[in-house]
Structures are given as C-alpha cells and as structure tokens.
Design a protein around this ligand. Sequence first.
Ligand code: PMP
Length: 412
Amino acid sequence: AARIADAPILPRDEAFAITLDFQSDPTPEKVSLGAGVYRDENSEPWILPSIKMAKSVVERSLDLNNHEYLPIAGFDPFLKVARELVLGNYNTSNSHVLSIQTISGTGANHLGALFLAQQLRPRNVFISDPTWGNHFLIWQTAAPHVIQEKYPYYDAQTRALNFEGMTSMLENAATEGDVVILHACAHNPTGIDPTRDQWRSLAQVFKRKKLFPFFDSAYQGFATGDPEEDAWAVRHFHEVLFEDGPGNTPQGMCIAQSFAKNMGLYGERVGAFHLVLPQDTPSTGPYSQLLRLVRAEISNPPLYGCRLVYTVLSNPTIRAVWYEDLRKMAGRIKGVRSMLKQEIEKHENVGDWTHLTSQIGMFSFTGLSKDQVQRLRDKHHIYLMSNGRVSLSGANEGNVKCIADAIAEVVQ
Ligand code: PMP
C-alpha cells in the first residue's frame, strides 16, 4: 500500500478557483466574467419563470411525497422528453436510442467515456483545441488507455474556425472507430460554431471514415434562443449517419445532454446520455453495460431536477414559457455583446472587436493574453479565465462601460 500523505498536490481547477477568488475580493466594483452561469441584468442568478411554474406543478402533485429510488436508468418520462428535445421527431426505422439519466452533462460525458472505452475501444479520442477543460480530465480518468488528440478548431490569427485544419486532421489522423467530441452548439470557450455547410461536410467525413461522433450538448437554446435551431447539427448527423445506402454500417453516435444552463438548474445536476444505434444492432447488451456502470457509480440518479425538466417539457403552457425564457437569456447576452463592442471601440488603438458580436452563446474568446487577464484582475478587479474567455452573463448595462474601459486600458 502507498502512503495517502504522499498524494501529489494538484493545481486548483481554474473555473472554480476564479469564483472563490472573486468572492473573497472585498472591492465593491469587482466583476465576475469567469463562471459559465447565467446572471440577470443585476448580476443575480435568474430562476426561470418556467421553472417556477414547474415547481408549483410538481409540489401540488402527489409525486412530491414519493422519495423512493428511481430505476437505475432514471425517470423514464423525463428520458423520453429529453431525447425528443435533442433529436426531434426522428425517423425510428433506421436507428434506436438508449437513454440513461446522468449527473448533469458532466456525468453524461463521463458515462459515455467509460462505456465507449470498454465497448467501442477506440484508439483515439479527438478533442477540439481549445475546449471545455473537463473533457481532457474526464477522458483521462474514465478512459486512460484511449489516446487524446487535439484537433485544430480555433485560429487565433483570424479569430475564426480553422475548418480546414479540423477537417484535414480528421481525414488524415483519425481512423475507423475513433471518437470525436463535438460541441452541439455554442462552442465553449470560443463561441464559434461550424456553419451548416461545414456541419454537412463534416457529417460526410464521419460517415465515410466511420468515426464515432460524441456530441456534447450543454447549451441547447442558448446559442440562438431557439432549442430546435440549436439542435440542427445533432439532428443532421443523426439523419446522415444512419441513412440507407450501400456499405453504410455505422456503429452509432452519442449525446451528452445537460439541463444546467438552458433551464438554470446548475446545482440540481439533471442530464442524460443518449446512445444512438442502428435499428438492427441488438441493444440488450449495450444497455445492460450502461446500467452496470451507473449501478457502480451512483446506483440510481436524483429525483427532483428531472421532475422539473419533465414538467417543463411535457406541459405545453410551461414549455412555451420556457421558450420565452431562452429567448430572453440569449437576447440579453446578445445585447451585452454589442454594448461591450461599442464601448471598447470608443477608445483609440484597441483594434477590431467584431468577434464579440459574431461569436455566439454565453462565452466570448476575447484574444486577451494571460498578462492582460492578470492585469484586469489585479488592477481592475475583473475576473476571467486565463485563456481570455469571458462569460458575458457577468456584464450588464450597469458595468459594461467599466469593463470596456478596463479592457481598453490593458490592450492599449
Ligand atoms: N460540456 C460543456 C462544453 C460545458 O461547458 C459544460 C458546463 N460548463 C458541461 C458540458 C457540463 O456541465 P454540467 O455538468 O453542469 O451539466
């Protein structure tokens, strides 16, 4: 046995460390642009009106007195509406979907990595450069034998998607059965998604090379304000990968789905893992393997959050309110983008900030250097990730000028 005391000290997780540092900063004018959580125009957490309605429905129903265990796979009515939210009304003749409730999007990513490492046994997992940092950690711990490769995604020079680099890496370095993680929409941290034509062309590469797409869907509804629109890439891959055709024998694809951001249910940890298989692939084996992994890890998932999500998605009145909530959140962030761009560009010698408004979702990849980020923190009490990612939800009419003036000061 080893000595526990010898465990090496690891650095703090940056995203959570920023929040702690921010909280302990006594300066009243401090601004947090770190955490990927939505804030309203007063920098307060926002309880979605649709979620308030769902709570009262859940509380009035007898169900709330039921604190029994869920089945290992989770709450079936929730899984059904969650699956339909991301995949739409798909054609069931070519594929079928196994769905498992998870501890939010992180749990879904983790379950997927564990399962694929054991049952698909890919040589490589391709992860976008840059990405949500937890992708690396999850695959390291859940699938240590799978080699992690970064595929080019962001071109710092043009502040745009490096589509050619991405495609040629997948064409030349990826081999059959390799897993490729794709952000379903509102790419974290860059805020840049492929265009529809680019998604179409990627889907053809995946199909031809028999690569396994792993969609991480953490922001459905947050990119455009419309969850149907934001699911387009996932649905397109689903359609193309499983269409009838000579020699088309896909292994499948999967989706890690989170309700943290789009329903404001961060701490409730509601998510799902969906494994899409060809219709003629037997599913009893794969399903039993998924259940085994869940049983060993959490035995069965939590109850409260999935009841809320189920209520929102299954009740037409509340669902309509939720669509409105999404438009409101996405709309406010869009407004912040133009205000910030305008305010920064009022200064001289600050360069072009068009990327602020062309990027989408909660984040913007500003192009600020590590030193500039440090100066923003030390001098201006503005907190953001050292890679220059800002979470725009921390900005509002009241503080946007201060943020812009500070950014101008550090870049000039
Ligand atoms: N994937 C991406 C790309 C994310 O940004 C996040 C949230 N930061 C997640 C997954 C999962 O978050 P959660 O576990 O809170 O659902």
